[in-house]
Design a protein around this ligand. Structure first.
Ligand SMILES: Nc1ncnc2c1ncn2[C@@H]1O[C@H](COP(=O)(O)OP(=O)(O)OP(=O)(O)O)[C@@H](O)[C@H]1O
Ligand SMILES: O=P(O)(O)OC[C@H]1O[C@](O)(CO)[C@@H](O)[C@@H]1O
Ligand SMILES: [Mg+2]
Length: 790
C-alpha cells in the first residue's frame, strides 16, 4: 500500500522527471544511492556555456534572455545557458565556477527518516522555473531560473559547516521565523550544528561577538516580532566583512534583507570569489514594501496587508461616526505602493488610495479636493489610504527641506499623512465645510508584529530552499517565482525594483473598486507606457560605451542598472497641470458604444505599448529585428495606413478628448487580456501561480456598506464620470453590441432596415436564390470595392 503524504506544491513532483530516490512505494526499494558506484558529480553549472553579453552570438536568444541592464562588472558573473525553442537559463553562481576540483558528498537527507520516505524529494538537477508564464506568440520568452531544492550531492560535509545568519535593513514580520527555520533546518535536515548569529546587521560581522544558535535557543522566536539578532542600516564594509568570514572559518553565510541587503550580499559574494574561498552566500529577500524584483512576493507582506486592515477599519469607524468624517491612514511603501494597494482592495472601505507610482494633485478639476468634496456630499464620510512615498514631490514644493539620507543612503521621506491632513483641513475651511479628520499612522506597528500563518509557512520554505542551495554549493537569492521556489542570480534582484504598474490590470481594479479619479494626465499615461516599453526592451550589452549611450538615452531606466539606491517615483518630476486626463488606460469612462472596430485596433495598440511585441494577426517578424525597431516599423505601418481607412461614421476621428474616451472604452472588453509583464513580477501574485482573483473590483462585496449613487450619464453634468460605473456602462454597451452583432449574423441587412425604423423593403431582400447571409456578404463586397476605387 503506497503511503499518502500530502505535500505543499513545492515538494510535489511529476513522476518520472526527478532523480528518484524512491520511485514507487509499492515496488521493492531501489538500492541506496551510495551503494551504486558514484560517478564524479558534475555540477550543472560546470556544463554551462558561459556567455558574456559582449559576445552573445544569437540576437534572438539575447532578446529573449533578459530585460535587465547590467553593470560591466556584474556582466562577468552572468551565466546564461541556451537551449532549444528560445530557452535561456539565467544561472546562479556555484562554488565550482572558481573551485572546479571540489569533492561532493551524498546528501544526508537520503537517510533522514522524515525525507527518505518522500517520493523524489531531490529535485532534478536540470529543473528550472520560468520567469514568464504568460507569453504571446511573438513576445520574448523570458529566462528560466534554477529550481530550488535539495540535490543528491552536496558540497559540504555536515561536520565541516560553519554557518552564520545576519538580518539587515528595516524590520518585517517573519524575520524571526526565517532565523528559526535556518537554525532548525540546518540542524534537523543536515546535522549542521555550528550556526552563529551576527548581531545588528552588516556591521556586526566586524564589530560584535557572534552568537551561537541552537534549535533550542530559537525554539519560540517565531512568535515574536522584529529580529532577535538586531538589524541596522549602513555599515557595509565588504573587505572587513569578508576578512571576518575568512578568519572565523565561516563557510555558509545566510543574509536576510531587502534590496540594499541583497546588493551587499552580492558584493560579499564577489569578494569571496575573488579570494577563492569555499563559502556559499544565500540571500533571503526581506521587504515589507514588496519591492524586490522577480519574486512573487516577499515574506511578511501578507501579514502587513492583514494588519493594515485593522488600521483601515479604525479609520472607517472614526470617519463614519462623525459628520463629514475623514479617516486617513498612512501605510509603508517608500517607492512601491503594494501594501496600500492590496490593503485597499482587501478592505473595500477605502475611497481613495494614493501610491508613489501614481502621481496625484490636490486642486482643480479631477483633483483630490474635488473628489473629497463630492464623496462627503454623497456619503458623509470617506477613508483615504496613502503610502508613505506618495506625493513627496508635492510636499517638497510646499515644505522646502534638504534631502536627507539614512545610513544606507535611502532618502528620508517627509510625512505625507500629516501634510495631507493639514491640506485637507485648510481646503475645507476655505470652503466653509464642517468636517473632522482623523489621521492614523500604523506603519511601525504593522512592521513590528510576528508573521501570520501563511507567512510562517513561506518563511520556512524560503529558509529550507536557502539551506539546500548553500549545501549544494550555490550562491544566490532565493525566492518564489510563480509559486515555485527558485535560485535567482543576485544581479536579477538588485538591478530593478518591483513597483505597482499603473498601466496594469491590478491598478485598474483598484480604481474601479474605489471609484477615485485616476489623477493621471495623458502625459502620465504616456510616460508610464514608455517606462513599460523600456522595461521590456532587449538587454543592454555590457560594453561600456553602449551602456552609457543607452543610459543617456533612457534616463527612466537608470535605476535598472543598479547604480543608484534611490529611484524616484515614476513621473514625479512632471509638473501637475490642472487638467486631468479623462481616461485611465483600460478602465475608464463613457463613450459612444459604437466603435467596435477601433476597439480591436486600439486595445492591440495598448498591448503593444505595454510591451507585447505585436498583434497575433501581424505577419511574423524577422526574428533578428530588434523589437524596438520592429515595433516602430509596425507603428509607422499603422500610421501610414490610417489615412486610407474608409470614412465610415464609426471610424471618423473623434475630437482629441473623445478619442481618448474611445480608446479607453474600446480597450475595456479586451482588458481581460493579461497585460504583458516585462519584469516577471509587476504585481505580487498569490502562491501557486494563480492569477489574482478577478473580483477585486466588485462593489457588491458584503463588506462594502456604503452606497454609491448611480452614475450620471457621461457628459450630463460636465463632471468627470465615475470610473467604475462608466466601465460598467461600457461593458453593457459592449455586450449589447455583441448581441446585436449575433442577430445581425442572421440578417444584417434586415436589421439595418429595422434600425432605420422601417420594414425591410424589396430592395433589402436578398436577390433571388440567395440567402440573407449571402446578401450581406455581397453588400460588404460591394462596399469594399467602392472604397478601393475611391
Ligand atoms: N549598494 C550596496 N552595496 C553594498 N551594501 C549595501 C548597498 N546598499 C545597501 N547596502 C547595505 O545593506 C544594508 C541594508 O540596506 P538598506 O538599509 O537599504 O535596507 P534594505 O536591505 O534595502 O531593506 P529595506 O529597505 O526593506 O528596509 C545596509 O547595511 C547597507 O549598508
Ligand atoms: O525607519 P526605518 O527603520 O528606516 O524604516 C522605514 C522604511 O523601511 C521600510 O519599511 C522598508 O523596509 C520602508 O517602507 C520605510 O520607508
Ligand atoms: Mg530597501
Amino acid at each position: 500500500m503506497a503511503s499518502h503524504i500530502i505535500l505543499p506544491k513545492e515538494e510535489e513532483e511529476e513522476e518520472g522527471l526527478g532523480v528518484a530516490v524512491e520511485a514507487d512505494h509499492d515496488s521493492p526499494e531501489p538500492p541506496r544511492y551510495q551503494a551504486e558506484p558514484v560517478p564524479k558529480a558534475l555540477p550543472f553549472s560546470a556544463t554551462c556555456v558561459r556567455i558574456s553579453r559582449d559576445s552573445y552570438p544569437n540576437l534572438r536568444a539575447l532578446r529573449n534572455a533578459s530585460a535587465v541592464s547590467l553593470r560591466d562588472d556584474d556582466a562577468d558573473f552572468v551565466k546564461l545557458e541556451e537551449g532549444d525553442y528560445g530557452y535561456v537559463l539565467d544561472d546562479v553562481q556555484h562554488l565550482t565556477d572558481y573551485l572546479p576540483e571540489l569533492p561532493t558528498f551524498p546528501n544526508p537527507l537520503q537517510d533522514h527518516p522524515a525525507y527518505s520516505t518522500v517520493k523524489q524529494y531531490f529535485v532534478n538537477a536540470d529543473d528550472t522555473v520560468p520567469e514568464k508564464v504568460v507569453v504571446q506568440k511573438n513576445s520574448p520568452r523570458g529566462v528560466h531560473f534554477r529550481r530550488a531544492g535539495p540535490r543528491q550531492r552536496v558540497y559540504f560535509e555536515p561536520e565541516d559547516v560553519k554557518a552564520c545568519i545576519v538580518t539587515c535593513g528595516g524590520l518585517c514580520p517573519g524575520l524571526n521565523t526565517v532565523i528559526r527555520e535556518l537554525v532548525c533546518g540546518l540542524s534537523h535536515m543536515y546535522n549542521v550544528n555550528d550556526v552563529f548569529g551576527i548581531q545588528n546587521g552588516y556591521k556586526g560581522f566586524y564589530s560584535s561577538n557572534y552568537l551561537p544558535m541552537t534549535p533550542k535557543s530559537v525554539n519560540d522566536i517565531h512568535k515574536r516580532g522584529g529580529t532577535v539578532l538586531g538589524t541596522s542600516r549602513g555599515g557595509h564594509d565588504t573587505r572587513k566583512i569578508v576578512d571576518n568570514i575568512q578568519d572565523r572559518g565561516i563557510n555558509q553565510v545566510y543574509i536576510i534583507g531587502g534590496d540594499g541587503t541583497q546588493k551587499g550580499a552580492y558584493e560579499i559574494f564577489k569578494e569571496i570569489r575573488r579570494r577563492g574561498l569555499k563559502v556559499a552566500v544565500a540571500g533571503i529577500p526581506k521587504t515589507i514594501d514588496n519591492d524586490i524584483a522577480v519574486i512573487d512576493k516577499s515574506f511578511g507582506f501578507d501579514t502587513a496587508v492583514e494588519e493594515a486592515q485593522r488600521a483601515i477599519d479604525a479609520a472607517h469607524v472614526e470617519a463614519s461616526s462623525a459628520e463629514n468624517g475623514i479617516g486617513l491612514v498612512k501605510l509603508m511603501g517608500r517607492y512601491s505602493g503594494f501594501i496600500a494597494m492590496c490593503a485597499t482592495l482587501a478592505s473595500r472601505d477605502v475611497d481613495c488610495c494614493l501610491i508613489p507610482e501614481s502621481p496625484f494633485y490636490l486642486e482643480g478639476e479631477g483633483g483630490l479636493f474635488e473628489y473629497i468634496e463630492r464623496r462627503l456630499k454623497e456619503n458623509n464620510h470617506m477613508v483615504i489610504v496613502v503610502a508613505e512615498g506618495a506625493g513627496q514631490d508635492l510636499i517638497a514644493k510646499s515644505i522646502p527641506a534638504a534631502d536627507q539620507l539614512d545610513a544606507s543612503g535611502n532618502k528620508l521621506l517627509l510625512d505625507v499623512g500629516l501634510w495631507l491632513t493639514h491640506k485637507i483641513k485648510d481646503y475645507c475651511k476655505s470652503k466653509k465645510m464642517e468636517m473632522t479628520i482623523k489621521y492614523i499612522d500604523p506603519t511601525y506597528m504593522i512592521r513590528a508584529i510576528p508573521s501570520n500563518a501563511s507567512d510562517n509557512v513561506y518563511c520556512t520554505l524560503l529558509a529550507h530552499s536557502a539551506i539546500h542551495g548553500a549545501m549544494a554549493g550555490y550562491s544566490s537569492t532565493v525566492g518564489m517565482v510563480h509559486g515555485r521556489h527558485a535560485y535567482i542570480p543576485f544581479h536579477r534582484v538588485t538591478s530593478t525594483r518591483n513597483k505597482v504598474k499603473i498601466t496594469d490590470r491590478m491598478w485598474a481594479r483598484l480604481l474601479s473598486s474605489t471609484n477615485q479619479p485616476s489623477f493621471l494626465t495623458q502625459k502620465d499615461i504616456d510616460e508610464a507606457r514608455e517606462a513599460d516599453r523600456l522595461a521590456n526592451r532587449p538587454p543592454v550589452p555590457a560594453g561600456t560605451s553602449e551602456l552609457r549611450e543607452h543610459t543617456e538615452k533612457h534616463p527612466a531606466s537608470e535605476s535598472a542598472n543598479g547604480s543608484g539606491d534611490v529611484q524616484e517615483p515614476l513621473a514625479s518630476e512632471s509638473p501637475r497641470p490642472h487638467q486631468p486626463a479623462t481616461v485611465f488606460a483600460a478602465t475608464t469612462t463613457s463613450a459612444p458604444a459604437s466603435s467596435a472596430t477601433t476597439c480591436v485596433e486600439d486595445s492591440r495598440t495598448l498591448e503593444d505599448d505595454m510591451g507585447a511585441t505585436g498583434p497575433p494577426e501581424t505577419p511574423e517578424r524577422d526574428t533578428e529585428t530588434p523589437p524596438q525597431e520592429a515595433e516602430e516599423t509596425e507603428r509607422t505601418k499603422e500610421e501610414k495606413q490610417k489615412p486610407e481607412q474608409p470614412e465610415t461614421p464609426e471610424r471618423s476621428e473623434p475630437p482629441p478628448r473623445a478619442a481618448e474616451h474611445a480608446r479607453a472604452d474600446d480597450a475595456q472588453p479586451a482588458a481581460d487580456v493579461d497585460t504583458f509583464n516585462p519584469d516577471g513580477c509587476t504585481t505580487p501574485q498569490p502562491a501557486h501561480g494563480s492569477e489574482w482573483p478577478d473580483d477585486h473590483g466588485s462593489s457588491s462585496s458584503p463588506r462594502r456598506e456604503k452606497t454609491k449613487p448611480e452614475p450620471e450619464p457621461a457628459g450630463a453634468s460636465g463632471k468627470r464620470p465615475d470610473v467604475a460605473s462608466s466601465s460598467k456602462f461600457n461593458l453593457f454597451a459592449f455586450r449589447s453590441f455583441s448581441r446585436d452583432k449575433k442577430k445581425g449574423e442572421k440578417s444584417g441587412v434586415a436589421l439595418a432596415a429595422t434600425a432605420e425604423g422601417r420594414a425591410p423593403s424589396q430592395q433589402d431582400r436578398p436577390a433571388q436564390g440567395k440567402t440573407w447571409e449571402e446578401a450581406d456578404k455581397d453588400k460588404g463586397k460591394k462596399a469594399r470595392w467602392k472604397r478601393f476605387w475611391k
